[in-house]
Design a protein around this ligand. Structure first.
Ligand SMILES: [Zn+2]
Ligand SMILES: [Zn+2]
Ligand SMILES: [Zn+2]
Length: 165
């Protein structure tokens, strides 16, 4: 039992982020193996770049980092790798920021509920089934069949609100 608990809250500024990255890469290897997906070197590198921190990164930041590795990747390469990682539940896309963040708990299928700090841009992921169920049932009351949901909540994280006090 060496599973790290999924991030259900914002992590302290100084935490063992190498541990987060290591866990994320182990998850990716296992999930791709179990589902018969090919985790190429390029996809692995893109995932590492997404996991650079808990702040969402844009596709062009990833592209610049890849190219500074000496690769000559174009935007389609990055978008294809991101699509693969999203499809495999390893990465989430945050539409409100047009950016990407690594999923700390890709093992369980879940809808995305994100708390986004507007000061430091850190993101924490909630996985609250009660919220999903409520959206599904409220939608169903109108005859609508909810299939996918991504909830993005903007606000201030605990570290940033402590700083301003
Ligand atoms: Zn971390
Ligand atoms: Zn997730
Ligand atoms: Zn913050």
């Amino acid at each position: 039992m060496n599973e790290v608990q999924p991030v259900k809250q914002f992590l302290a500024e100084e935490h063992d982020h190498d541990g987060c990255v290591k866990q994320a890469m182990q998850n990716a290897v296992r999930i791709c193996r179990d589902r018969g997906l090919r985790l190429t070197a390029q996809r692995r590198r893109v995932l590492e770049l997404v996991w650079n921190s808990h702040k969402p990164v844009g596709a062009y930041d990833i592209l610049n980092a890849l190219n500074s590795d000496g690769k000559r990747a174009g935007p389609p390469t990055v978008y294809r790798a991101l699509d693969f990682l999203i499809e495999a539940n390893l990465v989430h896309r945050l539409d409100s920021l047009n950016a990407f963040v690594g999923c700390p708990d890709p093992n369980s299928p879940h809808t995305g509920q994100f708390l986004i700090c507007r000061h430091c841009r850190s993101v924490a992921e909630l996985d609250d089934q009660a919220i999903s169920d409520l959206i599904i049932s409220s939608a169903a009351a109108t005859g609508f069949v909810a299939e996918e949901q991504t909830l993005e909540v903007q606000g201030v994280c605990v570290a940033c609100s402590n700083q301003s006090n």
